[in-house]
Write a protein that binds this ligand. Structure first.
Ligand code: PLP
Length: 479
């Protein structure tokens, strides 16, 4: 997420300043090879539009709002161009939002048409058919052969908040179980659910009570399904009565936590526990949903049917929209007027979402996610043979990540190398994102519509950037 970008940018800046004094110089040399319109370097001082914007941002925007250095001027599918005319391949997709790419023509057309009709009424004041139809579509798409209902909101965090509200109302219980390393947003309740202190939670408490964290399985670090289930058992015996738990919320593939995939047997065990104790099972599909992993919802890989599914990001194709879809009897628990908001399910975003779902179907984006992911994995596994710093390659579909370690045996995280790789990639024209609880995982989130040529060009840049960053790191270690 953005703080990650900020954290990584700060780390990269520190490396540039303290550890890799030639990084800036090399980056500038690379940039100077780019086509006209890039940086003008006068007496070693950059006077690019990007630099000017960075300075203005620092003066006008709070430093808590992190951002990287690429100030965008235009974007198309999997590429974007900055204000200095420099081209980038986008392996971030606005943090898993642009599964259908930047400015997909069908999404743009739907938005333009809706803008001609009406832009806002507030669904509670003057409702519209497109909201109801999108609810019908999500009810049909979400896992589970039972009646469902959908509520629309604006952001992922807002949808998670509403899923918890609904689960509490339905069960008349208050406790919620989330997982270590999980990320669910930046509002106070979603921060309580989030299982990572920096950069998200520090300094922002107190958070709402009655939230408990259990271990998320991560076989690479020795946390098996069995161990994670023992941890839940510990929680149920030591901290919270399962009969007081309203909901268990889980990302079937952790996003910010480092693209850890919850094993199917773990998800099945959670389902059983929820059934046994009357707990609402919530799948947070904000990052992993809408075809990203090769299925419409990432939990479908396990065959487990959750009670509620939270969507956002990819659903709106770049326009703010989120939803909670779930069992009709649970969704209907709250009293009339208890759910909603001024902008939730605004007509423009709803129009974009209809187009997104049409594109996912028409362009076979679930199958495309699988093939994009395969190409990424093949390349990364080949690189891992050359570079022992790649400790693990993992993910599902086109939600692919690799973990960078100092030593493949100890698996000690290498956050510095990760930050150096981000710098190297950006200077070569590739936008990458890091993640992971130790800031040592690189995640690849290219649009699913990325052409094969652009994908392999991006992977070439990634390989070169990693070789350069790793080479420099080992040179530094030797020195
Ligand atoms: C799994 C997950 N849940 C919730 C959120 C919060 O979404 P938003 O930033 O739209 O509030 C995110 C954002 O990255 C996410 O990855």
């Amino acid at each position: 997420m953005i703080p990650f970008l900020f954290q990584a940018a700060c780390q990269a800046r520190d490396i540039v300043a303290r550890r890799l004094p030639r990084a800036q110089e090399l980056a500038q040399r690379n940039l100077s090879h780019e086509p006209a319109g890039c940086f003008a370097i006068k007496r070693g001082r950059s006077v690019s539009k990007s630099s000017e914007l960075k300075a203005r941002k620092a003066a006008a925007v709070p430093s808590g709002v992190g951002s990287r250095g690429v100030y965008v001027a235009k974007a198309e599918n999997a590429e974007l161009w900055d204000v200095d005319g420099r081209r980038y391949i986008d392996f971030a997709a606005g943090i898993a939002v642009l599964n259908t790419g930047h400015r997909h023509p069908r999404v743009m057309e739907a938005v333009a048409q809706q803008a001609q009709a009406f832009a806002h009424t507030c669904f509670h004041v003057a409702p519209y058919e497109s909201y109801v139809r999108l609810a019908e579509r999500l009810n049909a798409l979400a896992p589970g052969d039972f009646p469902k209902k959908t509520l629309f909101l604006n952001s992922g965090a807002e949808a998670v908040e509403n899923a918890i509200k609904i689960a509490r109302y339905h069960t008349k219980r208050s406790a919620v179980i989330a997982f270590s390393g999980g990320f669910h947003g930046r509002t106070l309740m979603t921060l309580a659910l989030t299982g990572k202190v920096m950069p998200y939670k520090r300094g922002f408490g107190p958070f709402p009570a009655e939230v408990y964290h259990a271990e998320f399985p991560q076989p690479y670090h020795g946390i098996t399904t069995e161990r994670a289930l023992e941890d839940l058992d510990r929680l149920f015996h030591g901290d919270v009565d399962p009969k007081a738990v309203a909901a268990i919320i889980i990302e079937p593939v952790q996003g910010e936590g480092g693209f850890k995939v919850a094993p199917a047997d773990f998800l099945r065990a959670l389902r059983r526990l929820c059934d046994e104790h009357g707990i609402v099972m919530i799948a947070d599909e904000v990052q992993g949903g809408i075809a990203r992993t090769g299925k419409m919802f990432s939990i479908e890989h396990s065959g487990v049917v959750p009670d509620l599914v939270v969507t956002a990001k990819g659903l709106g194709g770049g326009f703010p929209l989120s939803g909670v879809t779930g069992r009709a009897n649970i969704m209907d628990a709250a009293h009339p007027g208890g759910l909603g908001g001024t902008y939730g399910g605004n007509p423009i975003s709803i129009a974009a979402a209809h187009a997104v779902l049409d594109v996912v179907e028409a362009e076979g984006l679930c199958a495309r996610a699988a093939s994009v992911g395969d190409k990424m994995r093949t390349r990364l596994l080949a690189l891992a043979k050359q570079l022992p710093c790649i400790g693990d390659v993992r993910g599902l579909g086109a939600m692919v990540a690799f973990e960078l370690v100092k030593d493949p045996k100890t698996k000690e995280p290498d956050a510095e190398l990760t930050a150096a790789l981000l710098v190297q990639a950006e200077s070569r024209g590739l936008i990458l994102l890091s993640c992971g609880t130790s800031a040592n995982v690189i995640r690849l989130l290219a649009p699913l519509t990325i052409p094969d040529g652009v994908l392999s060009e991006g992977l070439d840049i990634l390989s070169a950037a990693l070789l350069a960053a790793a080479g420099r790191e080992s040179a530094r270690a030797v020195a």
